[in-house]
Ligand binder design. Structure first.
Ligand code: UD1
Ligand code: CA
Length: 462
């Protein structure tokens, strides 16, 4: 027995007006088809077949071997699409859950309940329906006098009486595998769109006396399909709210959920506080008791506990416990910050490793660099990592003190406990414990001002 799933995703999605396949458009930071796939996997599908169309390669690139693929060369309708999965399900004798790739709001428990009711009732087919105030565009569920489902009629084929029905087909079904594909091949395309409609299988089963059922979804918001960018934005809003609610209920404070954007893939620890206008994306993991935002963007960022990030951007980097980042810091990919590190205002880091308690408090560029424990990098320090051809590394030892406005011309090393004089351009290594100074000696010219401006001397407000 067991459960297999088929996701129909071969449609062209013309209303998206996009070069990207519809199901690859992202909501809540993930492609629509990934949301659907996670839901069917969580509902218990042991194997999933994805029916793709002409631009299937784009989808295959994203999902790889997580699913099996069937190709529908020509879009002849949803029943025809499902038929393409037959070879991949050869010999399978359990139930087949069928969903569309463009319904990213579907939840696993809904699918799981559908399949459970289906097998408990011993049905050959069970359709998930919804009762909605504005059914326009959906297939209508026509029930017999005894309440049993009789057939599904598409909008374009419906009579005025049928159009008034508010129970609609969600496009989600559970089928017993046995007999499914032979039934599909018995359907015809005699309808307004000249397509092979999957919903026609309901009437096909009913007339042959095969046991049929319908389950009404609890929350109709779950089944909304995305066909254009307006519906994409509507789905984004629902999903974002759902993600934030889950995060808040797990113990995270979100000051203003209307202005906070967190991907479904993100993990955040307890008692962390998120201030408004913050975006947390991708595989980011945030620890406990952190303070993030306002106005921050974290993408694939891994933060320890008690970290503060204010008005800053952190991309694909690790930030240790107790670090302070910002305001106005830009941490580019490949950085690793130890514990209690301070990266202050107008600091840019790239591929930099900073040891525990290191400080880069203001106005610096530190790239391709290793900064030791408790080292202090003064304001205005620049690692000159690029000579126009190649990138080179700067090493700063534990406890070193880099004077303000130092240029470190890489490759170069400042040893542990060493100091550089403010304003130095350091081109040679500074040994541990040494002072490196590389600048002209100051000279003072006595009486210069009086000679230059004899009349207005002392009055410089003009
Ligand atoms: C379909 C149902 C309708 C239901 C609605 C729910 C049919 C005929 N109608 O209508 O009863 O109310 O979903 O959202 O099934 N697809 C293919 N190959 C095709 C055609 C479609 O793979 O040849 C895929 C699409 O990519 C999409 C799904 O099937 O993921 C549904 O197709 P779509 O054209 O959006 O059907 P609807 O008109 O929405
Ligand atoms: Ca649709």
């Amino acid at each position: 027995m067991g459960l297999a799933a088929v996701i129909l995703a071969a449609g062209r999605g013309t209303r998206m007006k996009s070069a990207t396949v519809k199901v690859l458009h992202r909501v809540g930071g993930r492609a629509m088809v990934e949301h659907v796939l996670s839901a069917v996997e969580e509902a218990g599908a042991q194997k999933t077949v994805l029916v793709v169309g002409q631009q299937g390669e784009q989808v295959m690139e994203l999902l790889g071997s997580r699913v099996e693929y069937a190709r529908q060369a020509e879009q002849l309708g949803t029943a025809h699409a499902l038929m393409q999965a037959e070879a991949k399900l050869a010999g399978f004798t359990g139930d087949v859950l069928v969903v569309c790739g463009d319904t990213p709001l579907l939840r696993a428990p809904t699918l799981w309940e559908l399949c459970r009711d289906h097998s408990r009732a011993g049905n050959a087919a069970t359709v998930l329906t919804a009762i909605i105030p504005e059914p326009a565009g959906y297939g209508r569920v026509i029930r017999a006098a005894d309440g049993g489902v009789q057939k599904i009629v598409e909008q374009k084929d419906a009579s005025p009486g049928e159009l008034a029905v508010r129970e609609i087909n969600t496009g989600v079904y559970c089928f017993r595998a046995a007999g499914l594909f032979s039934a599909l091949s018995g359907l015809n395309a005699d309808n307004a769109q000249g397509e092979y409609y999957l919903p026609d299988i309901i009437e096909h089963y009913v007339t042959r006396g095969r046991p049929m059922g319908a389950v009404v979804v609890n929350d109709p918001a779950e089944i909304a399909g995305v066909n254009d960018r307006c519906q994409l934005a509507a789905a984004e809003k629902v999903l974002r709210r759902r993600i934030l609610e889950e995060i808040m209920l797990s113990g995270v404070t979100v000051l203003d959920p209307g202005n906070t954007y967190i991907d479904a893939t993100v993990e955040i620890g307890r008692d962390t506080i998120i201030y408004p206008f913050t975006f947390i994306e991708g595989k980011s993991i945030i620890g406990e008791n952190c303070t993030i935002g306002p106005y921050s963007r974290l993408s694939d960022a891994v933060l320890g506990h008690r970290v503060t990030v204010q008005n800053s951007v952190v991309l694909d980097s690790l930030v240790g416990d107790g670090c302070h980042v910002g305001p106005y810091a830009y941490i580019r990919p490949g950085c690793r910050l130890g514990r209690e590190v301070k990266v202050g205002d107008f600091v840019e880091l790239k591929k930099a490793r900073l040891g525990d308690s290191a400080k880069v408090p203001h106005l610096s560029y530190v790239g391709d660099a290793e900064v030791g424990k408790a080292a202090n990098v003064g304001a205005g320090t620049i690692t000159c990592n690029y000579d126009g051809e190649k990138k080179s590394v700067t090493r700063i030892g534990d406890g070193a003190f880099i004077g303000s406005n130092t240029n470190l011309v890489a490759p170069v090393e400042v040893g542990a406990g060493a100091v550089t004089g403010a304003g130095s351009t350091i081109t040679r290594d500074v040994p541990p414990g040494a002072l490196g100074v590389a600048r002209d000696k100051q000279k003072n010219i006595p009486g210069w001002t009086a000679r230059k401006k004899p009349v207005s001397a002392g009055n410089n407000t003009e």
